[in-house]
Ligand binder design. Structure first.
Ligand code: ZN
Length: 90
């Protein structure tokens, strides 16, 4: 099978293959999940990340099967609400 060259859906730039860690937020009962070693495509122009359909399906499959996680970590992350950001009110 010949792999056709993929281009960025935003700017038309070339995509290169990368491997990323991906934080996915789901509904409250699932919560936040981190996927490691996720194959992705990144635009060499604008930097946008793209996931191929089969990768998204794989992530969905993991959530359905709920295998034992590779590891669990506790994280503390800052959350900003832009709704109250003074710069927005001009
Ligand atoms: Zn792009």
């Amino acid at each position: 099978m010949v792999e056709k060259e993929r281009i960025c859906g935003l700017c038309g730039g070339k995509l290169k293959k990368i491997t990323v860690g991906q934080v996915q937020e789901y509904s409250e009962d699932v919560g936040t999940v981190i996927f490691e070693n996720v194959p992705a495509l990144q635009c060499t122009e604008c930097g946008e990340k793209w996931f191929e359909g089969q990768i998204l399906e794989a992530m969905d499959a993991v959530l359905e099967e709920k295998p034992k996680p590779s590891r669990k970590i506790k994280i503390s992350v800052p959350v900003y609400s832009l709704g109250t950001y003074p710069h927005l009110s001009g």
